[in-house]
Design a protein around this ligand. Structure first.
Ligand SMILES: *Cc1c(COP(=O)(O)O)cnc(C)c1O
Length: 386
């Protein structure tokens, strides 16, 4: 027997991935290296599925948060991709990383020394990117420590190679951070100038995420790290509006890659005067026909969407009524005549003429796109569609 199908699945669109990557490559130009950020299970899209499509569309460089994610990218791309780990890696993971040419950010001097030791024992050179603290105050080497660190790398040139220098902006998607981001950029540019003057500028210089690539073209240097936009979203509504007015074109240039679907599990009629679901949060004022959908907060449908969310059934937008359960939600289908058990339910995506965008979804649950997407549990199967 085949494995039973789970109650929901996610579809990943090959043509949307291709479209978005073409748009982004055009935006950043030929001279700048495009790297695809696939942390957070490729923003919920599924590392394996997303990376194989990106590779197909010509992407060869990926950035992950951690070494375990890098391992998944490496397997999914059969070792064909170049990978940079931007955040967590244990000392134990270094051996695999260095042996396989996986590059990584360094923001702790102690870690640099560990990397040198491991590189020595593996007999290969570690490819490192020094992350510079420019004002985000998260991870990064203080500017004053740069020269002694370069000296150390120089002394151990067989073990350590400076592949890149980088930083990350503290919220380039919002104009309210403009001053802070400019200040960060100034600090980073100072470091770049300094390295150039002492002829130590590494091959890769990078600072820009999606928002900075879009709004601060000067911050692109020769490499960008793009996450959210490749999945078909602007980093914020503000950045989209700014882009549209600059281009004088309100046509949305990206395509949503993800769709999220389930099926009607049960249908019933509830009489006037009854409560529906747990507790007393929904009261039937009139005879109500309901459909039960086997997706709840356990599968990433936020509980804050109780009595608030919408899904698509029969091409129509219908209301979630009552409390979202762990494994199920209830919708009001009173207006729909021919809904049957087994009919498709769209949680995110299109059905007929109707569409539920991730944004409309997150508006009510107050989650940002990033959070809603990465919360989609990895056990929901991801299917690649055209
Ligand atoms: C997540 C991340 C990015 C990509 O950000 P987007 O806004 O999704 O483009 C780039 N750089 C670093 C260090 C990140 O953590």
């Amino acid at each position: 027997m085949d494995k039973p199908a789970p109650p929901a699945h996610i579809e990943i669109s090959r043509s949307a991935v291709k479209h978005n990557l073409e748009f982004l490559k055009k935006m950043i130009g030929e001279e700048v290296l495009f790297t695809s950020v696939v942390k957070g299970n490729a923003y919920g899209h599924g590392i394996e599925e997303y990376c194989s499509l990106a590779l197909e569309a010509g992407v060869k460089n990926f950035c992950t948060y951690s070494a375990d994610e890098a391992f998944r990218v490496w397997e999914a791309t059969e070792g064909k991709a170049k990978i940079i780990v931007m955040g967590y890696k244990s000392i134990e993971a270094l051996e695999w990383m260095i042996a396989n040419g996986i590059e990584f950010f360094v923001f702790e001097e102690g870690f640099l020394k560990e990397a040198k030791k491991v590189a020595e024992s593996v007999g290969k050179t570690a490819e490192i990117h020094l992350e510079i603290e420019t004002g985000m105050n998260r991870t990064g080497i203080e500017v004053e420590r740069l020269d002694p660190i370069l000296e150390y790398i120089n002394q151990h040139a067989d073990q350590l190679h400076l592949a890149g220098i980088c930083t990350h902006f503290a919220g380039a998607e919002s104009i309210s951070n403009y001053y802070r981001v400019q200040k960060q950029h100034k600090v980073f540019y100072g470091v770049v100038k300094h390295l150039k003057s002492i002829q130590k500028l590494p091959p890769k210089v990078h600072a820009a995420c999606s928002a900075a690539s879009l709004r601060l073209p000067k911050s692109r240097y020769n490499m960008v790290r793009i996450g959210i936009m490749q999945y078909g979203f602007f980093p914020s509504n503000e950045s989209w509006v700014e882009y549209a007015s600059k281009e004088n074109n309100m046509e949305f240039p990206l395509k949503r890659v993800i769709s999220w679907k389930s099926k009607v599990m049960s249908i019933k009629e509830v009489q006037t005067g009854e409560f529906i679901g747990y507790g007393t949060s929904y009261f039937a004022n009139s005879p109500t026909k309901i459909a039960i959908v086997p997706v709840g907060y356990g599968l990433g449908f936020d509980r804050d969407l109780s009595n608030q969310g919408k899904v698509l059934i029969g091409g129509q937008r219908v209301n979630v009524i009552g409390i979202v359960n762990m494994n199920a939600l209830t919708v009001d289908i009173s207006g729909l005549d021919d809904v049957k058990v087994g009919d498709e339910v769209v949680l995110i995506g299109k059905q007929g003429e109707s569409e539920i965008s991730v944004a409309s979804f997150s508006d009510i649950s107050k989650l940002v796109n990033y959070e809603l997407l990465t919360r989609l549990p990895s056990e929901i199967p991801r299917l690649i569609v055209d």
